[in-house]
Design a protein around this ligand. Sequence first.
Ligand SMILES: [Mg+2]
Length: 207
Amino acid sequence: MDKLGVWAFEDYDMKTEIRKISPRELAFDIDGVIADTFRAFVKTAREKYSIEIEYEAITDYNFRNVIDIDEETSNEIIEMILEDPLGMGIDPIGGAVDVLTRLSNLGPVFFVTARSNRDAIIEWVEKTLGLADGNTIHLEATGAHEDKLPILLKHGIRYFVEDRLETCYLIQGSPVTPIVFEQPWNRKEHPFLTVGDWDEIHDMIEW
Ligand SMILES: [Mg+2]
């Protein structure tokens, strides 16, 4: 094969592997993908409880396996995160607002969270994205990680951006392709597509 042929082949190969994703086939997890939730956890632990946690040290989604924090304090902070994400000042992850705002102009943006308090997180999403019109998002709060896949399937979603590897394994083998949003707790060997930041998500979308 001549040089041109090789290049053409490589180009083709790349496109089939990472084909552009149609906005209506794409859905997002919230915490750890859009919301910088674990950073809010670290900040609250430091400011309210004088507990120093290194973000990069959170190498397990079940963070109490790898960081030193007592259960009571940890539960208190989690309670705040779940019940008052807006009041807690959880920031969006860098780049998320731009991409999501652009997506919301094309149709409802689909979010699926394992949180159970839908009102609290929908308020956070709307305020964070600066959306006045609730119609531009569709948010499902399943209350359980295992319930994400049925929701995604029901709505014809084909790609789901998620930071929790265990959830990606639950989705694997279904018509939904999980995309791992890289975080310290998912930097281990896995078979999934990975994105490192929101620029990479932007580039996967068929605008
Ligand atoms: Mg998450």
